[in-house]
Design a protein around this ligand. Structure first.
Ligand code: NAD
Ligand code: ZN
Length: 368
């Protein structure tokens, strides 16, 4: 059911301005960079690259960039934190490494690192000061996003999600300035993703879309993007080989469209619960979403059945032993869930706190 409220009468949304897409489109990077640096011999790009590519020398073979550049390899064992971003930015400033282009090559963790560093090179202060909505004062350094795994939509959203360990929150710098200026969507780059990780991250776009489409904060533009993204993701996951060229291409577009859709609407119940698991247990976002799906039959019954059918068919491992000592940790879990008011209102209405009592949340977490 579509419920129109005052906020839904119209909305405005900025989006990525240039998209290069297709098998082999990574080869466009050299000319994009050449074009950007041609006017100044001081200009150079700084690459943030997933550490996975250090081993297989992808960076040198595929990104045949011949100009002057700097590379920072990013380890994705833990998701980006505000303190890590501040450390990177302070180091760059200390060494006087001031690039005029930032290129992120990797999954959501690397893309968000690239976005956050770009913002913090031009906005002074600590990155935690800019977690929230529209707090950045200036555009960041020109940024190019190149996803190597599909699903989070980090390549098309106006946020970069950071964990603030001190405040125990996980929140993005939501701003038009956080959007990538250009993205390169080359499905060749996702060919090496391991099966379980491919499923966890790919499911993020499926989950963004089902949460948005089942919510009350709706509009035709985000609905259309979500429906198309959901169709493509469903087709990828339903195919016999979800990782063949055809399916990876579909998932890459689903991720991009799903990211755009979610920038214009809200997620639902799964993401707040998943964020609480990430904050309390340190579990990565996309795996945490999959763990939450164990408790979602009551809220998203059709999608719950489809999800668990796939898990069985594709022999995906979703660990059971992550959420320990729930009774002892319930206060933190409850607080880290209920902080996400907008998505919870979207999913359950203004009285969501009445439904999500401590007892109800304990019951849900124990099902996971
Ligand atoms: P990730 O970046 O954490 O990477 C997951 C794993 O996949 C890593 O081990 C990485 O090395 C590996 N990997 C990536 N590309 C590979 C390739 N081509 N071949 C082999 N291995 C590869 O994963 P993710 O799930 O894409 O990102 C999760 C992050 O995204 C979280 O920090 C989450 O908060 C964030 N996120 C951001 C947004 C946004 O809008 N900005 C939205 C959702 C999630
Ligand atoms: Zn997500």
């Amino acid at each position: 059911m579509r419920i129109l409220n005052q906020d839904n009468l119209y909305s405005s949304s900025k989006t990525v301005s240039t998209i290069h897409f297709g098998f082999g489109s990574i080869n466009k990077l050299q000319s994009i960079l050449d074009e950007k640096i041609k006017d100044s011999n001081k200009a150079f790009p700084l690459f943030f690259v997933d550490v996975f590519f250090k081993r297989n020398l992808f960076f040198k073979k595929i990104v045949k960039y011949s100009g002057k550049y700097k590379v920072v390899f990013i380890n994705t064992n833990s998701e980006p934190t505000t303190s890590k971003i501040d450390e990177i930015v302070n180091n760059l400033k200390l060494k006087n490494i001031l690039p005029n282009i930032i290129v992120g090559i990797g999954g959501g963790s690397v893309l968000d690192t690239a976005k956050a560093v770009s913002n913090m090179l031009t906005n002074s202060g600590n990155s935690s000061n800019f977690q929230g909505w529209d707090l950045l004062k200036k555009p960041g350094v020109y940024k190019i996003g190149i996803p190597t795994i599909s699903g989070t939509g980090a390549e098309s959203t106006r946020t970069c999600v950071l964990i603030d360990k001190k405040k125990k929150i996980k929140l993005g710098m939501n701003s038009d300035y956080t959007l990538f200026d250009e993205v390169i969507l080359d499905p060749n780059l996702t060919a090496t993703v391991p099966k379980n990780q491919f499923f966890y991250t790919g499911m993020d776009t499926f989950i963004h879309c089902i949460e948005s489409l089942n919510g009350s904060h709706r509009n035709l533009l985000s609905d259309s993007l979500s429906e198309q993204a959901l169709d493509l993701a469903t087709s990828c996951f339903s195919s016999e080989d979800m990782q063949d060229n055809n399916s990876r291409e579909k998932l890459m577009i689903a991720s991009f469209l799903g990211g755009q859709a979610i920038s214009m609407s809200f997620v639902g119940l799964i993401h707040p619960l998943s964020a609480a698991i990430s904050v309390v247990y340190g579990t990565h976002h996309c795996l945490a979403n999959c763990i939450v799906m164990r408790a979602m039959e009551e809220y998203y019954p059709k999608e719950y059945d489809f999800f668990w059918k796939l898990v069985k068919e594709k022999k995906i491992k979703i660990p059971r032993n992550i959420l320990n000592n729930i009774d002892k940790k319930i206060e933190k879990l409850v607080n880290s869930t209920l902080i996400h008011e907008k998505p919870l209102k979207n999913a359950l209405g203004d009285n969501f706190k009445k439904h999500l009592s401590v007892d109800k949340l304990t019951e849900l977490f124990k099902m996971m």
